[in-house]
Design a protein around this ligand. Structure first.
Ligand SMILES: Nc1ncnc2c1ncn2[C@@H]1O[C@H](COP(=O)(O)OP(=O)(O)OP(=O)(O)O)[C@@H](O)[C@H]1O
Length: 364
C-alpha cells in the first residue's frame, strides 16, 4: 500500500534548516507527490550556495521518508539555477555528424527560456501511462499541420519514446556542425524524439542534472525553425522531465490527457497539481478512449465510462477541450506511422475540432 501524501509531507515538515526555520515554515517544498512506492518533490532554493547548505536537510528528508512503510524510493530535486548547481561540460564538436553527447550536464542559462522562432510551447501530460498521451500528441500535431500551422513535436518521453513509431520516422538525426541537431519531417510536422538519439534498446537512467541537460539540448540545440507551436510529449506522471521542462522552457501551458476512468482521473489530478505548482497554466483536459463505436453494427459503448473528464474539468474550473473515441483504427494508424488524423473519419474530425479550438484560442 502506498503511503499517504499528507502523512509523508508531515514527516519532513519539522526538519530544521540552517537558519533555524522548519522546512514547513520556510515553504521550500514544491510538487510533493507520492507515486506508488516513490516519493518525489522539489526543494526550491535561490542559488547554489543555499542548495549546498541544504544538503543535510535533503539527506534527513530522504532518510525519514525512506523509513516510512510503503516507501521504496525518494527523489528530491533542488531547483538552484543549473549554471551554479551543476558543472558545465562543453559539447563535443568534432564536425562529424552526428556527434552530440545527449544527456550531458546543463549549460548555464538560468530559468525558463523561450525557444527562438517558436511562438507557443504546449506540453501534453497525463497522470497515468497508457491513456493515449502520445497518440493524442501525434494526432494533434498532424491536425494542426493540416490546419495550416507550423508545428513541431518533441518526444520527451525518455522512458518509452513512441513518436518515431507513431510518426513513422527513424534514423539518427544529423548534426552537421556537431552543435545543433537537425530534426526530421513527417506529415508536415517537424519531429524530434529523444529516442532517436539513443542506441536501440538503450535504457535511460538520467536523473536530475543530466536529464535537465538532455531536455535543454532537445529544446535549445534542435533547429526547430519558425514554429507556431511546439507540442511536447511528456512521460506519464509527475517526474524529473516535467520539472526540467518547466525550468528550462517558457511553457505556454499544458494539456492533460485522461481516460474517463476514475483511476486515470485521480492521476490526472496529480498532474494538474504539479503543473500548477510549476506555474505552467493548465490549458485544459482531453478525454481519450471516450466512446467505442462498433465497426460492425454501429453500437456505441463506453468501455472506460464516459463524461468523467468533462465533469472533472468543470469541477476544477478548467476548460474541457474535447473527447476522442476509442477506435481500432487509431491504434493501427499509430502503429503504422500514419496518425489517424491524416484521414477523414470521425476521429480525424474530432482532432480537427481540437486543433481549431487551440488555433481559435491563439494557443497554436
Ligand atoms: N483512442 C484510442 N483508440 C484506440 N487505441 C488507442 C487510443 N488512444 C491510444 N490508443 C492505443 O493505446 C496504446 C497506448 O497509447 P499511447 O502510447 O498513446 O499512451 P501513452 O499515454 O502515451 O502511454 P505512455 O505514456 O505509457 O507511453 C497504444 O497502443 C495506442 O495506439
Amino acid at each position: 500500500m502506498s503511503v499517504n501524501r499528507e502523512a509523508a509531507l508531515r514527516e519532513i515538515s519539522d526538519i530544521v534548516l540552517p537558519d533555524g526555520r522548519t522546512l514547513e515554515k520556510a515553504d521550500l517544498v514544491r510538487a510533493f507527490s507520492v507515486d506508488g512506492d516513490t516519493v518525489r518533490f522539489v526543494l526550491e532554493v535561490a542559488d547554489a550556495g543555499v542548495a549546498r547548505s541544504l544538503a543535510p536537510v535533503e539527506a534527513e528528508a530522504k532518510r525519514r521518508l525512506e523509513a516510512l512503510p510503503g516507501v521504496a524510493k525518494v527523489q528530491i530535486v533542488m531547483t538552484a539555477p543549473a549554471s551554479k548547481a551543476a558543472p558545465t561540460q562543453p559539447v563535443r564538436s568534432s564536425g562529424a555528424a552526428p556527434s552530440l553527447q545527449i544527456g550531458r550536464h546543463p549549460t548555464g542559462q538560468g530559468g525558463p527560456q523561450p525557444i527562438p522562432g517558436v511562438k507557443s510551447i504546449i506540453a501534453i501530460g497525463s497522470g497515468k501511462g497508457g491513456v493515449g498521451k502520445s497518440t493524442v500528441t501525434s494526432n494533434l500535431a498532424v491536425a494542426l499541420a493540416r490546419a495550416g500551422r507550423r508545428v513541431g513535436l518533441l518526444d520527451a518521453d525518455i522512458y518509452g519514446p513512441s513518436q518515431p513509431r507513431m510518426m513513422g520516422v527513424s534514423g539518427r538525426p544529423a548534426s552537421p556542425d556537431g552543435q545543433h541537431i537537425e530534426p526530421l519531417q513527417a506529415h508536415g510536422v517537424t519531429v524530434m524524439s529523444i529516442g532517436l538519439m539513443l542506441k536501440e534498446g538503450e535504457a535511460v537512467v538520467w536523473r536530475g542534472p543530466m536529464l535537465m541537460g538532455a531536455m535543454q539540448q532537445m529544446l535549445q540545440q534542435v533547429n526547430w525553425g519558425e514554429l507556431d507551436v511546439l507540442l511536447i510529449d511528456l512521460p506519464p506522471g509527475t517526474g524529473d522531465v516535467q520539472l526540467s521542462l518547466c525550468q528550462k522552457a517558457a511553457v505556454t501551458g499544458a494539456i492533460i490527457v485522461s481516460t474517463p476512468q476514475d483511476v486515470a482521473l485521480l492521476d490526472a489530478r496529480r498532474a494538474i497539481d504539479m503543473f500548477n505548482k510549476l506555474k505552467a497554466p493548465v490549458l485544459g483536459l482531453v478525454e481519450n478512449m471516450s466512446t467505442y463505436v462498433c465497426p460492425n453494427c454501429g453500437h456505441e459503448a463506453h468501455l472506460f465510462g464516459h463524461g468523467g473528464v468533462a465533469a472533472e474539468a468543470r469541477a476544477l474550473g478548467l476548460p474541457f477541450l474535447g473527447e476522442l473515441p476509442l477506435e481500432l483504427d487509431v491504434r493501427l494508424a499509430g502503429d503504422s506511422g500514419r496518425p489517424v488524423a491524416l484521414g477523414d473519419g470521425a476521429t480525424a474530425q474530432a482532432y480537427a475540432r481540437l486543433a481549431d479550438r487551440l488555433v481559435g484560442d491563439g494557443l497554436a
